[in-house]
Ligand binder design. Structure first.
Ligand SMILES: *Cc1c(COP(=O)(O)O)cnc(C)c1O
Length: 910
C-alpha cells in the first residue's frame, strides 16, 4: 500500500495528507477518472497501463469502505479486461459521483452493479432506505475468518435488518489489527467496531499510513500481557474516541469483563449469541449519540397545544401570524420557530440556570463528547463563558498570567473579578502588523519573577488563547507540565473559541486543552512520572537558578499536581450551533470545591431568558460531531490545504497574493522541526511528525492569512472589495492581510470560487499597470512599499501606573485594573489630550506621565494597546498616530486620549 499522496489531481504533502486523511478519497477517484478519460479519448495502451496500476492502488484503499464494494470494483476491472474504455469511464464516473455526493448513504440504486443487474448482497433493503432520512453508517468487523467466509458475515448483517430499525448500516470487514486501524483512519462512515476474538494482531506487509500515525500519536499501548482486543480497542479510542466497541468472544467472558481495562469495550458478547442482540446493541450505541435530549424535547413541546400566560408574546406565533404588519416575519422563519419559543421552564423544558432534566442530560453528553468531566452550555457567546470562568475562579487581588493580545472578554473579566492581570506578550509579527502567541519561556519567566517577589502564592491562573485568531496553536501539554512544575496547583483557562473542532482531528486533538488534559492525567499516573521528577530534582539540585529553570524542560511532581483545566469554546465558530452558542468544558480535580462559586458566576452573567434555539443547537452540534465530525473536520482541513496550495502555486495569483505558511507565521525559534509550509513537497516525514508533536507552536491550517499588500491593498480595503464585488465574507484583517477560514461547511466549490476571484483581481492589477504605463507602475510600487515595509512596531504593554501597583518600589508588573477602571468613572479626575497635540509630546518628555483611563482597542489588530491605569509610552503614541484604521474602541479622535489625572485614585484607595 502506498501512502495516499501525490495523486495526479492534487499532489499532497505528507503532513497535509495526514491531517486530511479521510478527505483524500475523492482525490484518488478523481485521479483514476482523469486517466480513464484520457484512455477513452485516445485509446492509448499506455493510458490503459496507467489505469491498471491506478486501479490496483485504489483497490488497496477501497477495501476499507462498504461502497462501492467488491462487486462494483470487479465490474470496473471487468471493463478494463474487456478493453471497453467507454463503459469503464461511465462506471468510474458514477462511482466517484456517488462517493463525492455521498449518495450511497441515501439511495439504494447507487449500490447496484449496473442499471440492469442487481447484486442482492450489496443492496440496502428497499423498505428501510425509502423511509425518510434513515441515517446510514458503517460497522467495522475485525475477524479471524478467512476472506472466503466474509461473505457470510455480510449476509448475517443483511439478515438481521428489520423494517423498524431507525438506522441502517453496512459491514466493512478486515482480518487484522493494523487493517482495523487503517479502516478507522480512512473511513469516516464507520460508526461502530465489532472485534471477533482471535483476529490477527499483525498485518502483512508495510503499512506506511499506520506508521505515520503511530509516530505522532501513541497508538501502540504498552503491556505485552494484555490481550489483543484491549490493545486494539485502546488504539482505536486514541484515534476516534467516539466510536462504540463490541467484542465477540468465545472464552470466559465473565472473567474478561472483570478486567478493568475491558471497560473500554461497550459490550462483550458470546460468539454464539444471537446476532440480533449485537445488531440491536449497535443501533442502540448510535442512538445514544444521536439522541439530543433538549432538542428532542423541544420538538415534542412545539407539537403540543399549549396556551401561554407567560411573558413572551412571540411564543406560539399568534401575534405574528395574525398581524397585518409583521406576518412576513412568520413567513420568513416558519411556524416552528415560534412554536418552539417559551419562557417556561416547565413542560419538560428544563432550566439552563438550574438544570435538572434534559439540559443537564445534554450537558453531560457534551462533556463526554468533548472529553471533559463537566460541560456548561452558554447562550451569550464565549465572551460570557470567559467572564464566568474568571469570576468563578478568581477573587479580588488574585494574580492571573494573561496574554495581553487575548480577546477583550478576559480583560473585562479581570475588571469584574478584581483579579490583577500580569500581562505577558505574544511574539510580534511586525511585518504583518499582528501578534503570534506567548512563548513558554515568557510564561515561565513571569512565574519565576513573581516567585522572586514572593508573590507566587497569589498566582491562581494562566489564561491563554488556543488557537489565536491567526491560527497559532500551543503545545498545551508542555505549557501545563512546565508551569505545574513551578506551581503545581495553577488553574489553566484555555480560550479555544476557534478551536473546538480540533477534538475531531486525532492529530490536532493532542494540542487542545482537553486532549492535553487526558494525556496528562494518564501520564502523571505512571510511575515513570515520579521517577522523572525525582531524577530532575537530583540533577538540578535544591536551588536551581532561574536561568537553569528557564533552559530546562521542567517536569512536575505528580504527587503535588492538581490538574485544573478549563476550556471555553465558541461552538458557533467551528460547529453547527447558532450564533452565541458556547460551551465551558471542565476537567478540574477540585471542581467540587468551586462548584458553588461557578454557579454564582453563571447566575451573574447568564441571561434569565436563555435562548432555547441556541441551547437546542448546542445539543445538535454535539450530535453531529459525534457522528460525522471526523470526516467533516478532515474535509475542512483538506479545503484549507488546497486553498493554500492553489494560491501559492498559481502563476498569476502568487505574484500578488500569498497564504502565509508556518515559516512566515512562526519564527524559527518556535519551530524546531523547521517545517516551513504544509504544502512543502520537500518535507520529510520526520520533520512533519516533529512539527505536529513537538514544535512550540503549530499553525492551524484552517486559518489562512492571505497577504494582500503586494497587490496594493490594505486589509480593510481588500475585505470590502471581496464583500461588495464578489460576495465573499470574512471578518479579520491586518494592515496588509486578510484572514480566510475554512470550516465544516466548506466544499470544493468554495475553493474554485475563491481562486476564480483572486485570478480576476490579479489580472485586473496586471492590466491596469500595463495600460497606464510607467507612472502607474511606480505609484503601485509605492503603495505596495507603504503597505509591506513601512510598518509601525507593535508596542508592548508598558506597566501599570504606580498608584495601581501594590509595591510601587519593586518592578511588579501586575496591577489593580479594576480600581483604575472605576477611577475613570469620576469625570473630574479625568482629562483629554488630543492625540496630535504638542502637549502630549511635552508630557511624554518631561511628565507628568500619561495614564490611560480606559481600554483602547483598535480594529484591526484588535488587542488593547492601552488598558485602564496603564502608563502611555512614546511607542504607544507613535503607534496610535500611525494607525489609520477607523474603528478604535475607547478612543474618540475629536476628544483625544482619555487620561486619569495625577490626583485620581489618590488616598481613596478604592
Ligand atoms: C470570538 C472569540 C471570543 C468571544 O466569543 P463569542 O462566542 O463571539 O462571544 C473569545 N475569545 C476568542 C479568542 C474569540 O475569538
Amino acid at each position: 500500500m502506498t501512502y495516499p499522496v501525490s495523486t495526479e489531481q492534487a499532489p499532497h504533502s505528507l503532513i497535509g495528507a495526514a491531517l486530511a486523511t479521510p478527505a483524500l478519497r475523492a482525490d484518488r477517484w478523481l485521479s483514476v477518472l482523469s486517466v480513464a478519460r484520457r484512455w477513452a479519448e485516445s485509446g492509448a495502451a499506455e493510458s490503459r497501463g496507467a489505469l491498471t496500476r491506478a486501479l490496483a492502488d485504489l483497490k488497496e484503499f477501497e477495501r476499507f469502505f462498504a461502497y462501492p464494494g467488491a462487486a462494483l470494483l470487479d465490474r470496473l476491472n471487468g471493463w478494463l479486461d474487456d478493453d471497453d474504455a467507454k463503459a469503464f469511464l461511465r462506471l468510474a464516473q458514477r462511482i466517484s459521483t456517488t462517493i463525492v455526493s455521498k449518495k450511497y448513504h441515501r439511495d439504494v440504486n447507487a449500490w447496484s452493479t449496473d442499471e440492469q443487474e442487481d447484486d442482492p448482497l450489496n443492496r440496502l433493503p428497499q423498505a428501510i432506505t425509502h423511509q425518510k432520512n434513515t441515517p446510514y453508517f458503517e460497522v467495522l468487523s475485525v475477524v479471524p475468518h478467512a476472506p472466503s467466509r466474509w461473505k457470510l458475515i455480510h449476509e448475517e448483517v443483511a439478515g438481521v435488518r428489520r423494517p423498524e430499525d431507525d438506522f441502517v448500516y453496512q459491514a466493512v470487514i478486515v482480518g487484522n489489527a493494523p487493517d482495523a486501524l487503517t479502516a478507522i483512519l480512512l473511513n469516516p462512515d464507520i460508526g461502530a467496531v465489532v472485534l471477533y476474538e482471535g483476529f490477527s494482531p499483525d498485518g502483512s506487509g508495510d503499512n506506511p499510513l499506520l506508521d505515520v500515525f503511530r509516530s505522532v500519536i501513541d497508538i501502540s499501548p504498552a503491556g505485552d500481557d494484555e490481550i489483543h482486543v484491549i490493545r486494539l480497542a485502546q488504539a482505536i479510542r486514541k484515534i476516534r474516541p467516539e466510536l462504540d466497541l463490541y467484542l465477540l468472544s468465545d472464552r470466559n467472558i465473565e472473567s474478561l469483563s472483570g478486567r478493568p481495562e475491558s471497560r473500554i469495550i461497550n459490550r462483550i458478547f458470546y460468539q454464539m449469541e444471537e446476532p440480533l442482540e449485537l445488531h440491536l446493541s449497535i443501533l442502540e450505541g448510535i442512538r445514544r449519540r444521536y439522541r439530543t435530549p433538549f432538542f428532542d424535547n423541544l420538538k415534542r413541546y412545539a407539537q403540543r397545544p399549549i396556551a401561554t400566560f407567560h411573558a413572551l408574546p412571540i411564543a406560539r406565533g399568534k401575534s405574528v401570524f395574525m398581524s397585518n404588519w409583521i406576518s412576513d416575519m412568520g413567513e420568513f422563519y416558519g411556524p416552528n420557530l415560534f412554536l418552539a419559543e417559551s419562557s417556561a421552564t416547565t413542560g419538560g423544558l428544563d432550566s439552563l440556570l438550574e438544570p435538572t432534566g434534559n439540559i443537564k442530560d445534554a450537558q453531560e453528553m457534551a462533556a463526554r463528547a468533548f472529553g471533559a468531566d463537566h460541560a456548561f452550555f452558554v447562550t451569550n457567546g464565549t465572551s460570557t463563558s470567559n467572564k464566568m470562568v474568571l469570576q468563578a475562579l478568581l477573587a479580588p487581588g488574585d494574580i492571573v498570567i494573561l496574554d495581553r493580545n487575548c480577546h477583550k472578554s478576559h480583560h473585562y473579566g479581570c475588571v469584574l473579578a478584581g483579579a490583577q492581570p500580569y500581562y505577558v506578550e505574544a511574539f510580534p509579527l511586525v511585518e504583518y502588523s499582528m501578534y503570534g502567541a506567548v512563548p513558554l519561556r515568557t510564561i515561565k519567566q513571569a512565574l519565576l519573577a513573581l516567585k522572586a517577589q514572593g508573590e507566587l502564592h497569589r498566582v491562581k491562573m494562566v489564561d491563554l488563547t488556543n488557537c489565536t485568531f491567526d491560527g497559532h496553536v500551543y503545545d498545551t501539554r508542555r505549557v501545563m507540565e512546565e508551569c505545574l512544575a513551578i506551581k503545581p496547583d495553577l488553574i489553566f483557562l484555555w480560550d479555544e473559541a476557534w478551536f473546538g473542532f480540533a477534538h475531531w482531528s486525532p492529530l490536532l486533538r493532542q494540542r487542545t486543552a482537553m486532549g492535553a488534559a487526558a494525556a496528562l492525567t494518564e501520564e502523571l499516573a505512571w510511575p515513570e512520572a515520579l521517577a522523572a521528577w525525582e531524577a530532575q530534582r537530583k540533577a538540578l539540585g535544591d536551588a536551581p537558578s532561574d536561568q537553569v529553570l528557564l533552559d530546562t524542560r521542567l517536569v512536575p511532581d505528580p504527587r503535588a499536581v492538581r490538574l485544573r483545566i478549563y476550556q471555553t469554546n465558541s461552538v458557533h465558530k467551528s460547529m453547527s450551533a447558532l450564533r452565541q452558542g458556547s460551551i465551558v468544558l471542565v476537567r478540574d480535580v477540585d471542581f467540587e470545591h468551586v462548584e458553588s462559586q461557578f454557579h454564582e458566576a453563571v447566575f451573574t452573567h447568564a441571561s434569565t431568558s436563555p435562548n432555547l434555539q441556541i441551547i437546542a443547537s448546542l445539543d445538535v452540534a454535539r450530535r453531529q460531531m459525534q457522528l460525522e465530525g471526523y470526516g467533516l473536520v478532515a474535509n475542512a482541513l483538506q479545503v484549507a490545504l488546497e486553498i493554500r496550495r492553489q494560491v501559492n502555486s498559481h502563476p498569476v495569483i502568487s505574484k500578488y497574493f500569498r497564504v502565509l505558511g508556518s515559516a512566515e507565521m512562526i519564527p524559527d525559534a518556535f519551530r524546531a522541526s523547521d517545517l516551513k509550509d504544509y504544502n512543502d513537497p520537500e518535507m520529510s516525514w520526520a520533520k512533519a511528525i516533529r512539527a505536529i508533536k513537538d514544535d512550540e507552536f503549530l499553525l492551524d491550517p484552517t486559518r489562512m492569512t492571505l497577504s494582500c499588500g503586494h497587490a496594493g491593498f490594505d486589509g480593510t480595503t481588500f475585505k470590502n472589495i471581496l464583500a461588495e464585488k464578489f460576495n465573499i465574507q470574512l471578518n479579520k484583517t491586518s494592515r496588509n492581510s486578510i484572514l480566510l477560514q475554512s470550516n465544516i461547511n466548506n466544499t470544493r466549490s468554495d475553493i474554485a470560487l475563491l481562486i476564480r476571484v483572486l485570478i480576476d483581481i490579479a489580472m485586473q492589477i496586471e492590466q491596469k499597470i500595463a495600460e497606464n504605463g510607467e507612472a502607474s507602475r511606480r505609484a503601485f510600487q509605492n503603495q505596495v512599499r507603504e503597505l509591506v515595509e513601512d510598518l509601525p512596531t507593535l508596542p508592548n504593554f508598558s506597566r501599570f501606573d504606580d498608584r495601581y501597583r501594590e509595591d510601587a518600589t519593586g518592578d511588579t508588573l501586575h496591577g489593580d485594573i479594576r480600581r483604575a477602571f472605576y477611577d475613570a468613572y469620576n469625570e473630574a479626575e479625568c482629562e483629554y489630550l488630543l492625540l496630535d497635540s504638542e502637549e502630549v509630546d511635552r508630557r511624554l518628555q518631561s511628565g507628568p506621565e500619561l495614564v490611560s483611563a480606559n481600554f483602547v482597542i483598535p480594529y484591526p489588530p484588535g488587542f488593547p494597546i492601552m488598558v485602564p491605569g496603564q502608563v502611555i509610552t512614546p511607542g504607544i503614541v507613535a503607534f496610535m498616530r500611525k494607525l489609520d484604521v477607523k474603528e478604535i474602541h475607547g478612543f474618540n479622535r475629536s476628544l483625544g486620549l482619555k487620561l486619569l489625572k495625577r490626583t485620581a485614585g489618590d488616598g481613596a484607595g478604592a
